[in-house]
Design a protein around this ligand. Structure first.
Ligand code: PMV
Length: 327
């Protein structure tokens, strides 16, 4: 059986950083994100007796068998469905991969929804979120649209994402992914967070201040308070990066262009209200309201190190599509 799904990337306003269970991907802290309408992955999965092995083609490149995560994920879903057929997977994203732009979030969310349907299962959002989480933690948030919280839970069955507000609740919120010259990240978020948990002296400070950030962010979203949401998100991202920089050896995702954008956003704030956040890569995401979107994109694109901006409004959750990527 064949099925296709689309999923948007999501960018965290309150970050997930650190796993308490690396195999099940259970986080030390809950996180809150916005699902982003302009960054999308489409994935088709077919289980068939015609295939001798699992194969995956991601943006026109075949994954080798040692890129295990995708194949492990398919294996898990195959087992749940009690089927034996091998799978062909074809996936395309409309934005750069492995650059701290949440490509694994949209990737594993689309893969989960497509593979579950192709395996003949019908599951509620909660279960899809739990499955997606085991491919890539942040993927559990891309199952839902709008503003989303991944509750850390106490075990696998209660660690999943729930919607705080739908995509139409705060339509004017914009997340502008700002792509810098330097390409793929040097160290994966997976190994970056594992190292930070092990040896940054500031990781405990990260954890002890997270509940307050989460409470304040939920409240800022509910009351559509942009100054609050932007400033809490910015400070939260800086705290996360400080734990990375103080791990041994230090992890530094920032490039000169990253710092250039951060400084510019702070300087512009006098006449154009915007805030930044960064993930495990050099690109910066800049938040603003719709009324400032054009001007902000213009100013960002004039900066030396900026290659491209992708402007996102709150987007939809993952969904099945009838348009398959192969016959
Ligand atoms: O789900 P992963 O392994 O791609 O980790 C994502 C980690 C951050 O992007 C840095 C933070 C987050 O909450 O998305």
């Amino acid at each position: 059986m064949k099925a296709t799904a689309k999923a948007n990337a999501n960018i965290a306003l309150i970050k997930y950083w650190g796993k308490r269970d690396e195999a099940l991907i259970l986080p030390y802290n809950s996180s809150i994100s916005m699902t982003c309408d302009a960054m999308e992955t489409i994935t088709t999965v077919e289980f068939s007796e015609n295939y001798d092995t699992d194969t995956a083609i991601i943006n026109d490149e075949e994954l080798s068998s040692d890129q295990k995560r995708v194949y492990d994920h398919i294996g898990m879903i195959r087992k749940m469905a009690g089927i034996k057929e091998k799978a062909k997977i074809v996936s395309e994203s409309n934005f750069p991969l492995a650059a701290g732009l949440a490509s694994s979030a949209s990737g594993f969310a689309a893969l989960t929804v497509a593979a579950v349907a192709a395996a003949g299962l019908k599951l509620p959002e909660k279960e899809l979120s739990i499955i997606a989480r085991q491919g890539s933690g942040s993927a559990c948030r891309s199952i839902l649209g709008g503003f989303v919280e991944w509750k850390k839970g106490s075990k696998s069955s209660d660690s999943y994402a729930e919607q705080i507000a739908g995509k139409d609740y705060w339509k004017d919120f914009r997340m502008i992914a700002t792509i810098v010259k330097e390409g793929r990240k040097a160290i994966s978020s997976r190994s970056g967070m594992s190292q930070t948990v092990k040896n940054s002296p500031y990781y405990s400070g990260w954890l002890s201040s997270i509940e307050e950030d989460l409470n304040r962010m939920r409240e800022a979203i509910r009351s559509r308070d942009f100054a609050s949401a932007g400033s809490i998100a910015e400070y939260n991202a800086l705290k996360m990066h400080c734990t990375m920089m103080t791990s041994k050896p230090p992890i530094m995702y920032w490039k000169p262009a990253t710092v250039e954008i951060m400084n510019a956003v702070m300087a512009w704030r006098e006449d154009l209200e915007s805030y930044f956040t960064m993930d495990a890569g050099p690109n910066v995401k800049v938040m603003c309201m719709k009324k400032d979107e054009k001007e902000l994109c213009q100013r960002l694109s004039e900066l030396e190190g900026v290659v491209k901006t992708i402007s996102c409004a709150p987007g939809s959750g993952a969904a099945l599509s009838q348009k398959h990527l192969f016959d």
